[in-house]
Design a binder for this molecule. Structure first.
Ligand code: AMP
Ligand code: ZN
Ligand code: FE
Ligand code: FE
Length: 293
């Protein structure tokens, strides 16, 4: 199975990068992308884990970028996956740093608002849960769970952490057209993540999606746990029409979300397109044969 979207403790997943690789193998996933929010911090640990494997495995290094689409003042938050880009490309690297920095102030502001409303959590607790990873709402959700306020991180998102909650504070986001251009400049492959995950808030319409082809979008994440069947069908048609490839991915977050690795998968054909379009960095393959010999 090929799964091209997974999070680790470098952002808001609960597995360390090494644990993610082990869990992928156990789940029957032989090609996996590590795509933490706004960071490449998990990459090296993931590479080290892949190098130890005694089964065939391919690691795709990527990042999920926090972006904004602004059309005549209508602002829609969205996520853009970038695969196999050069992590040293300066403009994109600087943007990742700014977005991670913004996550700190914004996370603290959300916690302050929750504390002011009487919820028994603290910023220090959230920082400890994040353990140095890019801070996100799922970490605050876990603090709320530890405090007995909610039963799960998903429950926390139903009200307290949702984007329509009175405690919601936005974070820094890159204009999506700029993010696409910077990923391409870094030799990477931009793929729009879960574009029609309707329950998360406003989504891009077809015209807005089409408009991303010109700046250089190359793929659409069609099969995603948050996509309904009819939307998947329409997105697949749209990608064919626009000459984009389709991916399918779990968006695994370990224990912070109820989805398992390999719950959604990408075709070998799409994987080949993705790899063929990348000029930034290579995929990382395990070498079980060498070990056996
Ligand atoms: P943030 O990056 O801090 O804005 O938080 C967004 C993250 O929360 C994304 O990675 C989502 O995967 C995660 N998320 C969004 N909605 C939910 C939900 N209903 N349950 C669990 N995690 C969610
Ligand atoms: Zn996440
Ligand atoms: Fe996402
Ligand atoms: Fe994600």
């Amino acid at each position: 199975m090929i799964d091209l979207h997974a999070h680790t403790s470098a952002s808001d997943g609960s597995d360390t990068p090494a644990e993610l690789i082990g869990n992928a193998v156990a789940a029957g996933v032989h090609t996996l992308a590590i795509t933490d929010h706004d960071t490449t911090a998990g990459w090296n640990e993931a590479i080290a884990a892949v190098e130890q494997l005694e089964v065939a495995f391919t690691l795709i290094r990527g990042t999920e970028f926090s972006c904004i689409h602004d059309s005549d003042g209508v602002r829609i938050s969205l996520h853009l996956l970038g695969y196999l880009f050069d992590p040293e490309a300066e403009a994109l690297k600087a943007e990742r740093a700014r977005m991670r920095e913004s996550r700190l102030g914004r996370g603290e502001a959300i916690v302050d608002a929750l504390v002011a409303a009487g919820y028994p959590i603290s910023w220090q607790q959230v920082i400890d849960i994040a353990g140095g990873g890019a801070v996100g709402r799922p970490h605050i959700g876990q603090a709320l769970m530890q405090a007995g306020v909610v039963d799960s991180v998903t429950d926390a998102f139903a009200h307290l952490l949702s984007s329509s909650s009175p405690y919601y504070v936005p974070k820094r986001e890159m204009p999506v057209q700029l993010a696409i251009e910077l990923i391409r400049q870094a030799g990477g492959v931009p793929v729009i993540a879960h574009p029609w995950a309707r329950k998360r808030g406003r989504i891009l319409d077809e015209a807005a999606l089409r408009s991303l082809v010109e700046p250089g979008l190359l793929g659409i994440e069609v099969d995603h746990p948050d996509h309904e069947a009819a939307d998947r069908a329409r997105l697949a048609e749209l990608s064919a029409e626009l000459g984009l490839f389709c991916t399918g991915s779990s968006d695994y977050h370990g224990t912070r979300k109820a989805v398992r690795l390999g719950a959604e998968t990408t075709s070998p054909q799409s994987l080949q397109r993705l790899i063929g379009l990348a000029t930034g960095i290579d995929v990382v393959r395990s070498e079980p044969a060498r070990k056996a010999g």
